[in-house]
Design a protein around this ligand. Structure first.
Ligand SMILES: *[C@@H]1O[C@H](CO)[C@@H](O)[C@H](O)[C@H]1NC(C)=O
Ligand SMILES: *[C@@H]1O[C@H](CO)[C@@H](O)[C@H](O)[C@H]1NC(C)=O
Ligand SMILES: *[C@@H]1O[C@H](CO)[C@@H](O)[C@H](O)[C@H]1NC(C)=O
Ligand SMILES: *[C@@H]1O[C@H](CO)[C@@H](O)[C@H](O)[C@H]1NC(C)=O
Ligand SMILES: *[C@@H]1O[C@H](CO)[C@@H](O)[C@H](O)[C@H]1NC(C)=O
Length: 176
Protein backbone atom coordinates (compact mmCIF):
# COMPACT_ATOMS: atom_id res chain seq x y z
CA UNK A 1 0.00 0.00 0.00
CA UNK A 2 2.70 2.41 1.00
CA UNK A 3 4.63 1.44 -2.09
CA UNK A 4 1.60 2.17 -4.28
CA UNK A 5 1.30 5.65 -2.75
CA UNK A 6 4.96 6.23 -3.40
CA UNK A 7 4.63 5.20 -7.03
CA UNK A 8 1.55 7.43 -7.45
CA UNK A 9 3.56 10.26 -5.95
CA UNK A 10 6.42 9.67 -8.36
CA UNK A 11 4.08 9.57 -11.34
CA UNK A 12 2.42 12.83 -10.28
CA UNK A 13 5.79 14.45 -9.68
CA UNK A 14 7.00 13.30 -13.05
CA UNK A 15 3.92 14.66 -14.81
CA UNK A 16 4.10 18.09 -13.19
CA UNK A 17 7.77 18.35 -13.89
CA UNK A 18 7.26 17.05 -17.39
CA UNK A 19 4.88 19.78 -18.51
CA UNK A 20 6.79 22.63 -16.93
CA UNK A 21 9.96 21.21 -18.38
CA UNK A 22 8.75 21.66 -21.92
CA UNK A 23 7.99 25.35 -21.35
CA UNK A 24 11.30 25.93 -19.54
CA UNK A 25 13.39 24.03 -22.06
CA UNK A 26 11.69 25.57 -25.09
CA UNK A 27 11.94 29.07 -23.63
CA UNK A 28 15.60 28.52 -22.82
CA UNK A 29 16.30 27.48 -26.38
CA UNK A 30 14.21 30.32 -27.82
CA UNK A 31 15.89 32.97 -25.63
CA UNK A 32 19.31 31.63 -26.62
CA UNK A 33 18.40 31.96 -30.30
CA UNK A 34 17.26 35.59 -30.04
CA UNK A 35 18.76 38.24 -27.75
CA UNK A 36 15.48 40.21 -27.94
CA UNK A 37 13.57 37.48 -26.16
CA UNK A 38 13.69 37.34 -22.39
CA UNK A 39 13.56 33.87 -20.87
CA UNK A 40 11.47 35.11 -17.94
CA UNK A 41 8.99 36.81 -20.26
CA UNK A 42 8.66 33.60 -22.27
CA UNK A 43 8.05 31.38 -19.23
CA UNK A 44 5.66 33.79 -17.50
CA UNK A 45 3.64 34.47 -20.66
CA UNK A 46 3.18 30.77 -21.37
CA UNK A 47 2.55 29.72 -17.79
CA UNK A 48 -0.16 32.37 -17.52
CA UNK A 49 -2.17 30.53 -20.18
CA UNK A 50 -4.25 27.92 -18.32
CA UNK A 51 -4.28 25.46 -21.22
CA UNK A 52 -0.48 25.53 -21.49
CA UNK A 53 -0.11 23.09 -18.63
CA UNK A 54 0.48 19.69 -20.11
CA UNK A 55 0.39 21.05 -23.66
CA UNK A 56 2.82 19.74 -26.24
CA UNK A 57 5.00 22.01 -28.35
CA UNK A 58 2.48 22.20 -31.18
CA UNK A 59 -0.28 23.27 -28.78
CA UNK A 60 2.06 25.81 -27.21
CA UNK A 61 2.57 27.46 -30.60
CA UNK A 62 -1.20 27.58 -31.20
CA UNK A 63 -1.77 29.05 -27.73
CA UNK A 64 0.97 31.63 -28.23
CA UNK A 65 -0.50 32.66 -31.57
CA UNK A 66 -3.89 33.15 -29.92
CA UNK A 67 -2.33 35.21 -27.16
CA UNK A 68 -0.52 37.30 -29.79
CA UNK A 69 -3.78 37.94 -31.62
CA UNK A 70 -5.47 39.11 -28.44
CA UNK A 71 -2.44 41.28 -27.72
CA UNK A 72 -2.61 42.92 -31.15
CA UNK A 73 -6.34 43.52 -30.70
CA UNK A 74 -5.76 45.06 -27.29
CA UNK A 75 -2.89 47.26 -28.57
CA UNK A 76 -5.15 48.38 -31.40
CA UNK A 77 -7.75 49.56 -28.91
CA UNK A 78 -5.08 51.20 -26.72
CA UNK A 79 -3.98 53.18 -29.77
CA UNK A 80 -7.57 54.22 -30.55
CA UNK A 81 -7.76 55.67 -27.04
CA UNK A 82 -4.39 57.42 -27.33
CA UNK A 83 -5.60 59.06 -30.55
CA UNK A 84 -8.21 60.91 -28.49
CA UNK A 85 -5.62 62.20 -26.03
CA UNK A 86 -4.88 65.88 -26.42
CA UNK A 87 -1.31 65.59 -25.12
CA UNK A 88 -0.07 64.29 -28.48
CA UNK A 89 1.01 66.75 -31.18
CA UNK A 90 0.11 66.46 -34.85
CA UNK A 91 3.22 64.45 -35.71
CA UNK A 92 2.59 61.94 -32.92
CA UNK A 93 -1.05 61.60 -33.97
CA UNK A 94 0.05 60.72 -37.50
CA UNK A 95 2.44 58.12 -36.12
CA UNK A 96 -0.31 56.69 -33.93
CA UNK A 97 -2.62 56.53 -36.91
CA UNK A 98 0.04 54.51 -38.78
CA UNK A 99 0.48 52.25 -35.76
CA UNK A 100 -3.28 51.70 -35.61
CA UNK A 101 -3.31 50.55 -39.19
CA UNK A 102 -0.28 48.30 -38.64
CA UNK A 103 -1.79 46.57 -35.62
CA UNK A 104 -5.19 46.33 -37.19
CA UNK A 105 -3.60 44.56 -40.18
CA UNK A 106 -1.51 42.33 -37.92
CA UNK A 107 -4.68 40.65 -36.60
CA UNK A 108 -5.86 39.05 -39.89
CA UNK A 109 -2.22 38.30 -40.80
CA UNK A 110 -1.82 36.33 -37.56
CA UNK A 111 -5.12 34.57 -38.17
CA UNK A 112 -3.73 33.45 -41.51
CA UNK A 113 -0.63 32.26 -39.69
CA UNK A 114 -2.86 30.12 -37.44
CA UNK A 115 -4.45 28.55 -40.54
CA UNK A 116 -1.09 27.85 -42.14
CA UNK A 117 0.27 26.46 -38.89
CA UNK A 118 -2.69 24.10 -38.50
CA UNK A 119 -2.08 22.93 -42.09
CA UNK A 120 1.56 22.34 -41.03
CA UNK A 121 2.73 24.84 -43.64
CA UNK A 122 5.43 26.22 -41.33
CA UNK A 123 7.08 28.19 -44.13
CA UNK A 124 3.93 30.20 -44.79
CA UNK A 125 3.18 30.58 -41.08
CA UNK A 126 6.72 31.90 -40.60
CA UNK A 127 6.24 34.54 -43.31
CA UNK A 128 2.91 35.68 -41.84
CA UNK A 129 4.24 35.89 -38.29
CA UNK A 130 7.33 37.80 -39.43
CA UNK A 131 5.11 40.22 -41.35
CA UNK A 132 2.86 40.77 -38.32
CA UNK A 133 5.89 41.27 -36.11
CA UNK A 134 7.09 44.11 -38.33
CA UNK A 135 4.13 46.14 -37.01
CA UNK A 136 6.04 46.82 -33.79
CA UNK A 137 9.31 47.97 -35.37
CA UNK A 138 7.61 50.00 -38.11
CA UNK A 139 5.37 51.64 -35.51
CA UNK A 140 8.39 52.53 -33.37
CA UNK A 141 10.41 53.82 -36.35
CA UNK A 142 7.78 56.49 -37.01
CA UNK A 143 8.29 58.03 -33.58
CA UNK A 144 12.07 57.70 -33.75
CA UNK A 145 12.29 59.67 -36.98
CA UNK A 146 11.53 62.91 -35.18
CA UNK A 147 13.82 64.02 -32.40
CA UNK A 148 12.18 64.57 -29.03
CA UNK A 149 9.03 62.57 -29.80
CA UNK A 150 7.86 60.46 -26.90
CA UNK A 151 7.15 56.92 -27.88
CA UNK A 152 4.06 55.87 -25.95
CA UNK A 153 3.82 52.19 -26.94
CA UNK A 154 7.18 50.80 -25.89
CA UNK A 155 5.97 48.14 -23.46
CA UNK A 156 3.13 47.03 -25.71
CA UNK A 157 5.38 46.82 -28.77
CA UNK A 158 8.07 44.91 -26.86
CA UNK A 159 5.58 42.39 -25.56
CA UNK A 160 4.03 41.91 -28.96
CA UNK A 161 7.34 41.38 -30.70
CA UNK A 162 8.58 38.97 -28.04
CA UNK A 163 5.41 36.89 -28.37
CA UNK A 164 6.08 36.63 -32.10
CA UNK A 165 9.69 35.60 -31.47
CA UNK A 166 8.34 32.80 -29.23
CA UNK A 167 6.02 31.50 -31.99
CA UNK A 168 8.81 31.63 -34.57
CA UNK A 169 11.38 29.93 -32.36
CA UNK A 170 9.04 27.15 -31.19
CA UNK A 171 7.87 26.53 -34.73
CA UNK A 172 11.46 26.32 -35.85
CA UNK A 173 12.02 23.52 -33.34
CA UNK A 174 8.94 21.69 -34.63
CA UNK A 175 10.08 21.97 -38.22
CA UNK A 176 13.31 20.12 -37.49
C1 LIG B 1 16.40 42.78 -31.95
O1 LIG B 1 15.65 43.98 -31.96
C2 LIG B 1 16.30 45.02 -32.65
C3 LIG B 1 15.46 46.29 -32.49
O2 LIG B 1 14.12 46.03 -32.77
C4 LIG B 1 16.46 44.61 -34.12
O3 LIG B 1 17.11 45.63 -34.85
C5 LIG B 1 17.27 43.32 -34.20
O4 LIG B 1 17.33 42.86 -35.54
C6 LIG B 1 16.64 42.25 -33.34
N1 LIG B 1 17.49 41.07 -33.29
C7 LIG B 1 17.08 39.88 -33.72
C8 LIG B 1 18.06 38.76 -33.61
O5 LIG B 1 15.94 39.69 -34.17
C1 LIG C 1 -0.40 40.52 -23.95
O1 LIG C 1 0.78 39.76 -23.65
C2 LIG C 1 1.32 40.02 -22.36
C3 LIG C 1 2.61 39.22 -22.25
O2 LIG C 1 2.38 37.85 -22.23
C4 LIG C 1 0.29 39.60 -21.32
O3 LIG C 1 0.81 39.91 -20.04
C5 LIG C 1 -1.01 40.35 -21.56
O4 LIG C 1 -1.98 39.85 -20.68
C6 LIG C 1 -1.50 40.16 -22.98
N1 LIG C 1 -2.66 40.97 -23.19
C7 LIG C 1 -3.72 40.53 -23.87
C8 LIG C 1 -4.89 41.45 -23.93
O5 LIG C 1 -3.71 39.45 -24.42
C1 LIG D 1 -7.47 29.87 -30.43
O1 LIG D 1 -8.61 30.71 -30.53
C2 LIG D 1 -9.63 30.19 -31.36
C3 LIG D 1 -10.70 31.25 -31.53
O2 LIG D 1 -10.95 31.91 -30.34
C4 LIG D 1 -10.16 28.91 -30.69
O3 LIG D 1 -11.17 28.34 -31.47
C5 LIG D 1 -8.99 27.90 -30.55
O4 LIG D 1 -9.44 26.76 -29.86
C6 LIG D 1 -7.84 28.53 -29.80
N1 LIG D 1 -6.70 27.62 -29.86
C7 LIG D 1 -6.15 27.11 -28.78
C8 LIG D 1 -4.98 26.18 -29.01
O5 LIG D 1 -6.52 27.37 -27.64
C1 LIG E 1 -8.61 48.66 -34.64
O1 LIG E 1 -9.21 49.85 -34.18
C2 LIG E 1 -9.93 50.56 -35.19
C3 LIG E 1 -10.38 51.89 -34.62
O2 LIG E 1 -10.96 51.72 -33.35
C4 LIG E 1 -11.10 49.69 -35.65
O3 LIG E 1 -11.79 50.34 -36.69
C5 LIG E 1 -10.55 48.36 -36.17
O4 LIG E 1 -11.62 47.51 -36.50
C6 LIG E 1 -9.69 47.70 -35.11
N1 LIG E 1 -9.09 46.51 -35.68
C7 LIG E 1 -9.06 45.33 -35.06
C8 LIG E 1 -8.43 44.22 -35.80
O5 LIG E 1 -9.51 45.17 -33.94
C1 LIG F 1 3.95 43.17 -20.93
O1 LIG F 1 4.16 41.86 -20.46
C2 LIG F 1 4.42 41.78 -19.07
C3 LIG F 1 4.80 40.35 -18.75
O2 LIG F 1 3.75 39.46 -19.07
C4 LIG F 1 3.18 42.26 -18.32
O3 LIG F 1 3.42 42.22 -16.95
C5 LIG F 1 2.84 43.68 -18.75
O4 LIG F 1 1.63 44.08 -18.15
C6 LIG F 1 2.71 43.75 -20.25
N1 LIG F 1 2.54 45.16 -20.62
C7 LIG F 1 1.65 45.55 -21.50
C8 LIG F 1 1.56 47.02 -21.72
O5 LIG F 1 0.94 44.76 -22.13
Amino acid sequence: MRCLFFITFLVLLHNTMGCNDLIHLSCKKAAASDPNLSYNFCVSSLEAIPKSHGADLEQLVALTLNLTISNATSINSTISKLLLDKKFDKYAKECLQDCLELYSDAVPTLQEAVGAFKAKDYGKANIEISAAMDASSTCEDGFMEKKGEVYPLKRENDNFSQLNVISLAFMNTLGH
